[in-house]
Structures are given as structure tokens and as C-alpha cells.
Design a protein around this ligand. Sequence first.
Ligand SMILES: NC(=O)C1=CN([C@@H]2O[C@H](COP(=O)(O)OP(=O)(O)OC[C@H]3O[C@@H](n4cnc5c(N)ncnc54)[C@H](O)[C@@H]3O)[C@@H](O)[C@H]2O)C=CC1
Ligand SMILES: CC(C)CC(=O)C(=O)O
Ligand SMILES: [Mg+2]
Length: 354
Amino acid sequence: MKIAVLPGDGIGPEITEQAMRVLTALAGDGLSVEMETAPVGGAGYDSAGDPLPEATLRLCEQADGILFGAVGGPKYDTLPRAKRPEQGLLRLRKHFDLFANLRPAIVYPELAHASTLKDEVVAGLDLLILRELTGDIYFGQPRGVRTNENGEREGFDTMRYTEGEIRRIARLAFETARKRQRRVCSVDKANVLETTQFWRDVVTDAHQEFRDVELTHMYVDNAAMQLVRNPKQFDVIVTGNMFGDILSDEASMLTGSIGMLPSASLNARNFGMYEPIHGSAPDIAGKDVANPLATILSAAMLLRHSLGQEAAAQRVEGAVRKVLAQGFRTADIAEPGKRTVGTREMGDAVLAAL
Ligand SMILES: NC(=O)C1=CN([C@@H]2O[C@H](COP(=O)(O)OP(=O)(O)OC[C@H]3O[C@@H](n4cnc5c(N)ncnc54)[C@H](O)[C@@H]3O)[C@@H](O)[C@H]2O)C=CC1
Ligand SMILES: CC(C)CC(=O)C(=O)O
Ligand SMILES: [Mg+2]
């Protein structure tokens, strides 16, 4: 099986290296995994003048799955939009039609202390945010800066969803909930935005075929509050691209750190790209302090969803649980009396646990 590894920028290379070591260790155990790296984001721009170089895209097309680090950084912030690192990621998502972004927020008992909430509020939390990933205001046209009828400059973006786009993510939410606690909460801003009233109507209609699953609707401002008030009320949250982006960063802190949340971005044939939900963290890049567990857990999701290797995925997840139980902590989840380790040492610990 071939995996395209796109480390990207900032902490991207440090964290993907640890996930690659884990996959290599599994390969030694009879799983045949071939990995090839290629530049993306700022690294793509630096090497080929394009955040998604042609050769990188070709490599991804020939692969069984993509492991992605993170892109972006202050060095690139003044580039024209099309050249900015984040466009490499957005173009990959669109190219492969990766509409379904699974972001599981699971609280490991050992990390309940690191959560921003009290133990009893988060203990046992197992929440899935299902974020639509190829539509919404992140992709809608037209967009730009123009001079309006009053002669004043204005910036504008377009929030847009087709019925088909909403229906397919809604169906996936219901199907996924059937394997969990059979509860879906659809998050929107239907009280203000036409697009998201339409979202609510289509989700409600799609629900007709899934009457065994409970469907509730919630406005996004309330959802942001409920997530920190009582997150265990949620099983599956389904929402659009922008709200899902924001709510999943918020949910990550329930688990202790943004460095703990993996993700899978899938298309209709289960081809996928796997990445931590965080960005390139320029503030800690190159210091060997970033938490690699979100990326290692993303590799586990790759094994599960794109390679069909459930047992291997569980081994990786089990190894992560074990290192947490053994007391290994990176700086973001540090705890008095426990051993604070760097990025690579955390990778060593996961390998030893495997
Ligand atoms: N998927 C991607 O490639 C994403 C890229 N970005 C880009 O990343 C750059 C930085 O964005 P920010 O808004 O600062 O978000 P960020 O997620 O990179 O960092 C936010 C905060 O979380 C910390 N953090 C992130 N990952 C961590 C880890 N594994 N271990 C420990 N601490 C971690 C950082 O040190 C920082 O304090 C920007 O250029 C942004 O556009 C942002 C989000 C997603
Ligand atoms: C294109 C991005 C930087 C989006 C993002 O923040 C994310 O996918 O979590
Ligand atoms: Mg984000």
C-alpha cells in the first residue's frame, strides 16, 4: 500500500516524522506500507512556486491514502491568495472531493486533568464532529475585494451549499450515528443565514430515511456554549465547513489539547487524507516540543478508513493510550509529577508501546 506523506510547514515535518516511524514499525510486522514524501503549502511554494506542485498532486493520485502535516506560516502571509500555503490544502480537498471531515474528540482518562473543564463534565466524552469540507463560504464564488456603488472598497465572500452537498453529509451523519449512540445534532445559523436555513431543511428531509436516529438542530452560537457547558449531550455533530472548523478547535480543548485531535477527510469511495486538526504552529516549530499524537492518531484513522487495517489502527490507538497511562506528556498536556517529553521522545514512547 502506498501512502503519500505531505509534511508541509512549521511543525508539520516534526509531527509527520513520528507518524511515519509508527507506520514503518507496523510495516515490519507484515503490513506492506510504502511511503513517499512531497512538498505542499509553503514548502511547495518555496520549491516549485506553487502550494500544490503538480508532482505532489500526481503522487497523491497514485497513493492509497494521504498523510498530511500542516501548512502555513508568517513568512507566507503577504503572498497573493492563490500562492498562499493554505490553498494547497484547500485544493487537495476539492480535487479529491473530500467532503466528509471526521474529527473525533475523545477524552482519555489520563488527560482529564488537562481539559479546560472539570473531570466529571468531560470524563468518558466521545464526540464526533462531522464537518462538511468542500463547500460553504470557504469555496463559494464570487469573492474578493471590490469598490461598491458608494465608491468604498469592500471585501466579500459567498456562503453557498447545494442540496446534493448537504444531503450527502447528512446521510453520512445518520449512517455514522447508527454505529454510535444514534444521535445527530445539526448545527447551523438558520435564524440569520438563508444558506443554513436551507441546510436545516435538507437535513430534516434526509432524516426521513433514518427515523431510528434522533435528530436535533442547534444554532452555532448556542452549540459553542453547550460544548463547554455539557459536551456529553452530543454524539454526532454535523455542520458546515466554517462552523465545523471553529467548533472542532473548541472541542479539542475538552480533550486536553489541540495536539490530541486527529482527522480523516474522505470522499465517496473512502479515499482519504489524514491530518491533525491543528495548523503549523509557527510559535513552537523546530523546537521539538509539538505533540505528535494527533498526527499518529490520524495515521491510525488512515489504516482504518483507507487501508482497511482495523487491527493495525487499534494497535496504534492502544499504543497511544499506553504512553499516556505510562505518564508521557508533551508540553501542551504537561502534568506535575509526569514526564514531559519532546516530539521525538513521544514518538519513541509510542514505538516502544507498539
Ligand atoms: N490544516 C492546516 O494545515 C492548518 C493550517 N493552519 C495555518 O497554520 C498557521 C498557524 O495558525 P494558528 O492560528 O496559530 O493555529 P495552530 O493550530 O497552528 O496553532 C494554535 C496554537 O496551538 C498550538 N498547537 C498547535 N498544534 C500543536 C501541537 N501539535 N502541539 C502543541 N501545541 C500545538 C500552537 O503552538 C498555537 O499556540 C497559519 O498559517 C494557519 O493558516 C491553521 C489551521 C489548520
Ligand atoms: C485551510 C485551513 C487552514 C483550514 C483549517 O483551519 C482546518 O481545516 O482546520
Ligand atoms: Mg482549523
